[in-house]
Ligand binder design. Structure first.
Ligand SMILES: [Zn+2]
Length: 265
């Protein structure tokens, strides 16, 4: 596993004075790139994933994933893409990712762990929350802060292979390209909590998140799934979820009252 050089973090700290923006949960962080550029980067990376990874071509799994994803993204603010492309990949590891620019990838293996629509909504809510909270921009900004003038899009499509891979993994595709640059603990916590809000607002039962993370832990056996090895410790996550649950349950009840009752199989 490679990590960002220490100098980049110092440069980021200095630049923070000039270019810091609060995250949805109020954390100050550096965002150097325009949203549109990060979105283009997400779209180009997704095209690359579709060329490199076999697609599952399973209509039942596809429709379940699309149904859950569309209910979740319907809850996003007006600035977010309204239509998201959802692809199910023929990969047996229980994993999923979402990219800026409105792209969602789900591995077929995730359906063994996310056993109903509410559990699937937990994972997709978490992944979409990483996008909404601009975590990709934050990660790319922090690592590339020292390299001013870097053309992200040309780097991802034709730059040196190691820089291409690094960018892909900063976008959250580390498991796919084999370089793990995990999201930070703060970013994961934000994705869990915002994801819980999103799923509940869409009318999915937020209590399913507890069962989902239990399934994920059990699925691993001696070797935990990639998704868990790059995500926070189980106990911490459970505590955070439990603390947020009363608030999420009232969101869920409100969504149900308003007729948001998705049926995704
Ligand atoms: Zn995450």
């Amino acid at each position: 596993m490679r990590r960002a050089p220490r100098t980049a973090w110092w440069a980021a700290a200095g630049l923070c004075l000039a270019a810091c923006v609060a995250s949805p949960l109020g954390r100050q962080r550096l965002l150097l790139f325009p949203d549109a550029e990060i979105a283009e980067l997400g779209v180009a990376s997704f095209d690359q994933m579709k060329r490199q990874m076999p697609v599952a071509r399973d209509p039942e799994l596809e429709s379940r994933a699309r149904c859950v994803a569309s209910a979740i993204v319907a809850q996003l603010d007006t600035g977010a893409p309204r239509s998201w492309e959802v692809v199910v990949f023929a990969d047996e590891s229980p994993n999923a990712f979402a990219l800026p620019g409105g792209k969602i990838g789900v591995n077929a293996g995730l359906f063994r762990v996310a056993r109903n629509q509410d559990q699937l909504a937990t994972v997709l809510g978490h992944e979409v929350a990483h996008v909404v909270a601009q975590h990709a921009n934050e990660r790319v900004s922090t690592v590339f802060a020292a390299q001013s003038g870097l053309e992200l899009l040309s780097t991802i499509s034709g730059g040196p292979p190691d820089q291409q891979q690094q960018l892909l993994s900063l976008l959250g595709l580390g498991a796919q390209v084999g370089i793990l640059l995990p999201f930070s603990r703060e970013q994961e916590r934000e994705a869990d909590l915002l994801g819980l809000d999103l799923m509940a607002s869409a009318g999915f039962d937020p209590r399913a998140s507890i069962a989902l993370w239990q399934n994920m832990a059990e699925a691993g056996g001696a070797q935990p799934p990639e998704f868990l090895s790059t995500h926070p410790a189980y106990g911490t996550r459970m505590q955070d979820l439990a603390q947020r649950m009363p608030q999420s349950l009232s969101r869920f009840e409100e969504a149900q009252r308003r007729g948001r009752r998705p049926v995704c199989g």
